[in-house]
Design a protein around this ligand. Sequence first.
Ligand code: PLP
Length: 382
Amino acid sequence: MSQRSYLDYNATAPLRAEVRAAFSEALSLYGNPSSVHAEGRAARAAIEAARVKVANLVGARAEDVIFTSGGTEANALALAAQAGEAWHCYLSAVEHPSVLSGGRFYRETTTQIPATVDGVADLDVLAGELEKHKRGGWRPFVSLMAANNETGAIQPVAEAAHIVHAAGGLLHSDAVQAAGRMPLDIVAIGADMLSLSAHKMGGPKGVGALVLGNGASVEPLIKGGGQERRKRAGTENVAGIVGFGVATELAAADLARAEAIAELRDALEAGALAIAPDAVVLSGRVARLPNTTCIAVPGAKAETLVIGLDLAGVAVSSGSACSSGKVEASHVLSAMGVAPELAQGAIRVSLGFGTGSTDIESFLLAFGELVKRLKQSRKVAA
Ligand code: PLP
């Protein structure tokens, strides 16, 4: 394949070389981590070393890390926590579908918190809702992501934690996109639970974690053996967990490069707006992840842009590309009140550790050609 520019890190990041090496080596640790013999102990030691690394990325204690099969399962585990009892669940309208499903909360005990036009959860509404339910005797469970996967908009998680704790509840944050892209400290945020996923930071797919804070606890979703302190049964994915550990170490070191990544992203945005002055950078007025931009081109179809860019060797996505093959309106953009005609022309470009200035140039070259063609076809149609 000729040289490609991969600009879809929010869908998944390429596997890092160091992760691949550690993962491959860990495949030789064939012992069952629950076995007491030397082979089992070797696998156990590898898992526990990785647990410390994952905990360090978010300032948690190693014993508070529960390994899962990824971000989706971590979210489900968090949302199963208090469902059914005297709890009420509050989800921001811009959450990932794995949170929006509400886990085991019933529809009647789930309330969506709207987002502002900038894609940030409206905490005034949250505070008002909590006040209402307090009178009904409910305890609140709030799930608010650390940063949005489509726009990169950073959410006010620490403020939300403050509000929900004052109301006697718990706060979960899906930090799948934020981890390794902005500093995250579970103690400073005050979160009771944080979800992480290895593959968004150059680790293997199919491994993640739910990290607990403030002495919070969860009920296992998967019951059986006593693995993961009885919070998640099943023989551990040893190689995946080892790879996750290495990925978190590299991601933590990469935080120092956040500004350089933001400069590349800003150059891409400035270039795109020079080509298409009527384009809109969604959530462009609020604090965002340094690697993400969501650009909507009026009159364009995102699929056409994504396919055109792909043919030119540039990988980006439209809307939420976490689940493949869907061409649906983005629930995030509709929650922000973006007009459907504009939302249908929105592409997400997300950068990462492997991105350089040539990738930005390749994007702008291809984008320029596509916008030129779009303008020509408009002229013909007029
Ligand atoms: N949460 C967010 C914000 C995501 O972007 C994704 C991406 O897929 C997930 C959760 C799911 O993570 P995983 O792919 O590890 O299940």
